[in-house]
Write a protein that binds this ligand. Structure first.
Ligand code: E4P
Length: 214
């Protein structure tokens, strides 16, 4: 499974990259605003740190505007993936851009029919937002499961990025379903490491090590 960080905070990205398990980064307008930096500058900075797919989102609502934004964004770096919402105009833009070889992350995905359309339009990635579905009492992971089945049934190679992840259990559920990617905030990625018995066990081993004749 590929692990992406869902942020535009440079310190977090540098730190996670140093761990050797980071495969890419997803940003969105909210993350870019929180970084306090200009859009293109922060993307250039991220591309200079992480050697992997970096998602950058368009803000236009018309297909032609999205296409223009995407064509500019991909000039920043070869690793840029253009994030486009799965609305009608977005699917239209995806069809045009995928034929030009632009990699697309179809975002704001909340049902399986949107995911089917994104795959047909040639998106490289689909991003179901599981945590936001859970928050309105719909099982986010059921959507991931449905998308997995549909993509496997028809041999679509669109990769599933499980997004809006709230806790490590989401990551494990996504891995069991067979989603290719999980994108998560820094605090969730940190929690993937943790177990109290690991800390207790390590403490005991180190105490016993002190008793070993040197
Ligand atoms: C995905 O690419 C999105 O940036 C992200 O996962 C949104 O999640 P949120 O609900 O934590 O904002």
């Amino acid at each position: 499974m590929e692990l992406f960080l869902d942020t535009a905070m440079i310190d977090e990205i540098k730190e996670a990259w140093s761990w050797g398990i980071l495969d890419g980064v997803t940003t969105n307008p909210t993350h870019v605003a929180a970084s306090g930096k200009k859009f293109y500058e922060v993307l250039e900075e991220i591309c200079g740190i992480v050697d992997g797919p970096i998602s950058a989102e368009v803000v236009g609502l018309k297909a032609e505007d999205m296409v223009k934004e995407a064509e500019d964004l991909v000039k920043i770096h070869k690793n840029i993936v253009v994030k486009i919402p799965v609305i009608r105009e977005g699917i239209k833009a995806m069809s045009i851009l995928s034929k030009q070889g632009v990699k697309i992350n179809a975002t704001l995905n909340f049902n399986a029919s949107q995911a089917l359309l994104a795959a047909k339009a040639g998106a490289a990635y689909i991003s179901p937002f599981v945590g936001r579905l859970d928050a309105i009492n719909e099982a986010g992971m059921d959507l991931v499961d449905k998308i997995r089945t549909i993509y496997d049934n028809y041999g679509y190679d669109t990769k599933i990025i499980v997004a809006a992840i709230r806790h490590p259990e989401h990551v494990l559920q996504a891995a069991l379903i067979g989603a290719e990617v999980c994108t998560m905030r820094f605090d969730v990625m940190q929690k993937l490491y943790d177990h109290p018995l690991t800390d207790i066990g390590l403490d005991m081993f180190l105490k016993d090590w002190e008793k070993v004749p040197k």
